[in-house]
Design a protein around this ligand. Structure first.
Ligand code: ACO
Ligand code: KIV
Ligand code: MG
Length: 512
């Protein structure tokens, strides 16, 4: 019989450790709902002791998720564990995930502890967690650079104390597949009580080997893979869920293993995570990149037309990319829109659908064909709007080689209209200056990025801005076929989010 691999998704915890990926509660909740529908076995929802906002997000996710286990990360300390349990206690299947570093370099310089003391702390942490739940995971941070015999010793001790999963992380992405597979075999064979626990792996991508290492570990006997959507995560990121799942799916002879993932939801979940975090997926990214199923050169196209299997090892439909879709355009009605959104896994309320429909019609007047990426952007733009103090009423920009860039903007501010005109170094700078002056705000722009959501000259541009005002940082996004309008929308969205975080520092939880 095939082994089943537990898919532990940490997009909302390690994924959120990607620079610039912080999410509010509503956004995390939305991703968690999609992960649950995708079929992941465990959702690591956050690190509750790290902030009241994260505690709140983990609590809300715990109350909402229907099928998956909900895990919370905590250091090997009673305070962190108590906080983690408090956040997940209402989950249908809660899991406490406690960790401590085990490599000599971390012990000496970071923790300033000896090996015996670390084993003691780990055992005490697991024993404390077991007072709350039978479902306890222990991670040996920097496990791949830890003395293998010490790893077996600490894993044996925590299993005896009640850990049901022990996780071997390649925290700094140092491992290579042959060695990592060997380490997994060593741990499986030499850890006392290993038959009573699941061995998990958690790899980082510093050398571009996270997926290869995870697969080597699975082949060597690991039963759980810790992954993130699109491979986002600390530094170079974590193992990408879609890569591991599709490798197992596409190579059943090599990997006689199964997962509970509904692969047809992979693409939509990847898009959602990218649009919420503002982290674009590189076009040549495996499985979810824009070019992953494109065939450019003549010989390949010839082969594809004769038999797709000449150049495709998986069908795009398998990961949720549909080709023969109903074309949505300005003559489409609510029914077609709703059914397409449902296919894309968006179950909107009547009110949300009406709002999206209005924006959809406005867009369809300017753009011949509305594709999935347009709809993703509309839903994010319209439905995920967290708090609307400012609205864009009117925008006019002059720019070119012979005129000074100038923007005239009319803003709605809490329902009242205010307008003004200012200059800038370029048209987008002029728009941002004008909006900031009218709003009486001075956020610092930390990042500005622009991408085309769709192909062709009528493509929608998607702009992401990251801005800071005092202690508050927000991400704003806007999509429009006109990139200057998309920029204005992104800037206003960022200001609204700043406003929202300021007035809801602890419970930013408008559920969508
Ligand atoms: C590999 C990983 O991904 S680990 C997870 C990373 N995630 C995070 O760090 C979440 C965000 N972090 C935070 O919000 C903060 O760091 C907090 C709230 C967790 C802690 O903040 P502070 O109490 O100010 O501590 P600070 O972050 O400066 O230092 C960490 C302390 O925890 C200790 N520590 C680190 N890991 C562990 C552990 N697993 N168990 C116990 N103690 C630990 C460190 O030795 C250090 O202690 P020291 O101050 O006595 O030297
Ligand atoms: C907390 C642990 C599992 C981690 O993220 C790592 O070691 O990379
Ligand atoms: Mg990690």
């Amino acid at each position: 019989m095939n082994r089943t691999i537990t898919i532990f998704d940490t997009t909302l915890r390690d994924g959120e450790q990607s620079p610039g990926a912080s999410m509010n509660t509503a956004e995390k909740l939305r991703i968690a709902t999609h992960l649950d529908a995708l079929g992941v076995d465990v959702i690591e929802a956050g690190f509750p002791a790290s902030s009241p906002g994260d505690f709140d997000a983990v609590s809300r996710i715990s109350e909402t998720v229907k099928h998956a286990e909900v895990a919370a990360l905590c250091r090997a300390s009673e305070g962190d564990i108590d906080r983690a349990w408090e956040a997940i206690k209402d989950a249908k299947k809660p899991r406490i995930h406690t960790f401590i570093a085990t490599s000599d370099i971390h012990l000496e310089y970071k923790l300033r502890m000896g090996r015996d003391e670390v084993v003691e702390r780990a055992v005490a942490a697991v024993s404390h967690a077991r007072k709350y739940t039978e479902n306890v995971e222990f991670s040996a941070e920097d496990g791949s650079r830890t003395d293998p015999d010490f790893l077996c010793r600490i894993f044996g001790a925590v299993i005896e104390a009640g850990a049901t999963t022990v996780n071997l992380p390649d925290t700094v992405g140092y491992a290579v597949p042959s060695e990592f597979g060997e380490l997994v075999r060593h741990v499986m064979a030499n850890t006392p009580g290993m038959e009573n626990a699941t061995l998990s792996v958690h790899c980082h991508n510093d050398l571009g080997l996270a997926t290869a290492n995870t697969l080597a570990a699975i082949a060597a006997g690991a039963g759980q893979a810790e992954v993130t959507i699109n491979g986002i995560g600390e530094r170079a990121g974590n193992t990408a869920l879609e890569e591991v799942v599709m490798a197992l799916h596409t190579r059943p002879g090599t990997f006689p293993m199964e997962t509970g993932i509904d692969t047809t939801r992979i693409h939509a979940t990847g898009r959602l995570v990218s649009s919420i975090t503002g982290i674009m997926v590189q076009p040549n990214k495996a499985i979810v990149g824009a070019n992953a199923f494109s065939h450019e050169s003549g010989i390949h196209q010839d082969g594809m037309l004769k038999n797709p299997m000449t150049y495709e090892i998986m069908r795009p439909e398998t990961v949720g990319l549909t080709t023969n879709k109903l074309v949505l355009g300005k003559l489409s009605g609510r029914f077609a829109l709703r059914s397409r959104l449902e296919e894309m896994r968006y179950n909107l309320t009547e009110e949300e659908l009406n709002t999206v429909f209005e924006s959809f019609k406005a867009l369809a007047d300017r753009k011949k064909e509305i594709v999935d990426e347009d709809l993703e952007a509309l839903v994010t733009d319209v439905v995920l709007r967290s708090h609307e103090v400012y609205t864009l009423e009117y925008l006019h920009v002059t720019s070119g080689t012979t005129v000074y860039p100038m923007a005239s903007v009319r803003l709605g501010i809490n329902g009242k209209v205010k307008q003004g005109a200012f200059e800038g170094n370029g048209p987008i700078d002029a728009v941002f200056n004008t909006i900031a002056k009218i709003a009486g705000r001075e956020p610092e722009l930390l990042r500005f990025s622009i991408g085309a959501l769709t192909g062709g000259t009528d493509a929608q541009g998607e702009v992401t801005v990251r801005m800071q005002e005092g202690d508050y940082v927000s991400l704003g996004r806007g999509a429009d076929p006109d990139i200057i309008t998309a920029s204005a929308k992104a800037y206003i969205n960022g200001l609204n989010r700043l406003e929202y975080f300021k007035s809801n520092p602890v419970t930013s939880c408008d559920v969508i």
